[in-house]
Write a protein of this length. Structure first.
Length: 436
């Protein structure tokens, strides 16, 4: 459906009404609320355990433990660095890759890719808009909490609205296929058009994970582990309180006291005189150390499985020294599966990025052929622990058999900057030809 027909059928052709109506749409607001909740969970430590009320013990209100575990941040950082700790390499026609590498280097796309994957890990989606500034192709990664994509009944994005609120002013940036509009209400309650510019690259690229409920939105994997983390935090906090209650106990006197003195509720080194058949003791509830250990280990193992994290990453007492490469691959198997899955979500967006880069390069007078662009592939080098020596031996044998190229070698050696090495090799070849 054309955007004009969409606005006409739903908002009587009123563009401003369309803008505010889409932003205030219930489904849009519910999704933004989910993203904001994740932001507050990660950034403001708004965990469920923080709402735990204080308790009254022995007539005194005691502050309860509210232990928050920051495993979610660690899991996200691991996922991002495992896949993009080494930058994505481009493979294809030499001339095309040379131009694309220039764009990637000048536009700092390694950082852009890192932020996009960060958003995918956190919120299940990310948005990228390409533009030219100072003759350089750049990308703006739009905050998912400000993103309001508009899809038609066929699941095609027909508009995109970026909305945020600063100092009592509402700001709207509306992306259509041909034009970008900027509106705000700084002059009063009504929206005013501030700027209108030509859109060279169409809609922002929507990177998203699979969502079984809504195919137009991504699904945040962090939602799968928050309940487990809540259980771990609750178990730890309540066990800490129970353990200290166990140490203190409740003083109990059995038998007749020989004095009229009352047993003090608090105090150390206090004497108390009892009859011959009297007794004094502390009564406590037993603390099940083994039960706690079993429960916590079960929750922790579930966290590792569902987050697809290698157990050795979070267990400081475990070492993987002197372990064979096959064993290491089995330890990191689930992490590798997740990395492969996330790389597919990234590649879907990267392919759209190349189309937009092609358009912007054409404006600068640099033409890229469609068939050459179609042959460009993205090479991901996951940060899997491995022996550089064994890799070098394999590569050396492949090179002797002419089964691998110089570029292939550069893709597989972790300590080589592929782009820099290609430039150095080109310079060396030029110098050698001049000498000859």
């Amino acid at each position: 459906m054309e955007l004009s027909n969409y606005i006409k059928s739903r908002y009587d052709g009123d563009f401003k009404k369309f803008v505010t109506g889409e932003v205030n749409n219930a489904s849009q607001q519910n999704h933004i609320r989910e993203i904001v909740n994740i932001k507050e969970y990660l950034g403001k430590n708004k965990h469920a355990i923080k709402q735990r009320p204080d308790e009254v013990f022995n007539g005194v209100t005691l502050k309860t433990e509210r232990i928050g575990l920051q495993y979610a941040k660690l899991i996200i950082r691991f996922g991002v660095n495992f896949l993009l700790g080494k930058p994505v390499s481009l493979s294809g026609s030499e001339d095309v890759i040379k131009e694309l590498n220039k764009v990637y280097k000048k536009g700092k796309y390694r950082k852009v890719d890192y932020r996009i994957l960060n958003d995918l890990e956190r919120y299940g989606e990310s948005f990228e808009y390409l533009y030219i500034k100072d003759n350089t192709i750049k990308s703006q990664v739009i905050d998912p909490s400000e993103a309001y994509p508009v899809y038609d009944e066929n699941g095609d994005m027909i508009a995109f609205i970026q909305y945020y609120h600063v100092d009592y002013v509402d700001y709207y940036t509306i992306f259509t296929e041909d034009i970008v509009y900027q509106l705000n209400n700084s002059q009063g309650e009504d929206l005013n058009l501030v700027e209108k510019s030509i859109n060279l690259t169409g809609m922002p690229i929507h990177y998203k994970t699979e969502n079984e409920i809504d195919s137009t939105r991504g699904y945040a994997f962090i939602n799968d582990i928050i309940d487990i983390l809540d259980g771990m935090e609750s178990l730890l906090s309540k066990s800490f309180d129970g353990y200290y209650r166990h140490i203190m106990g409740t003083p109990v006197v059995v038998g007749q006291s020989l004095t009229n003195a009352e047993l003090p509720k608090h105090g150390n080194g206090v004497g108390y005189r009892l009859d011959d058949d009297g007794d004094f003791k502390y009564v406590t509830n037993p603390f099940g150390h083994d039960s706690f250990k079993t429960l916590y280990s079960t929750l922790r193992n579930a966290l590792m499985d569902i987050s697809q994290m290698p157990n050795v990453v979070l267990n400081g007492s475990t070492t993987i020294s002197n372990v064979g490469e096959v064993a290491i691959e089995s330890i990191f198997a689930l992490a590798k599966v997740k990395a492969d899955m996330m790389s597919k979500y990234l590649t879907d967006g990267f392919e759209q990025r190349l189309e937009r880069i092609k358009t912007l390069l054409a404006i600068q007078g640099i033409e890229l052929e469609d068939n050459e662009l179609d042959n460009v592939s993205f090479v991901y080098n996951v940060s899997m622990p491995k022996s550089d020596e064994s890799v070098m031996n394999v590569i050396e044998k492949l090179r002797e058999l002419d089964a691998i190229s110089i570029e292939g070698i550069q893709d597989n050696i972790s300590f080589i900057d592929k782009v820099a090495e290609q430039e150095r090799l080109a310079k060396e070849n030029t110098d050698n030809s001049i000498e000859e």
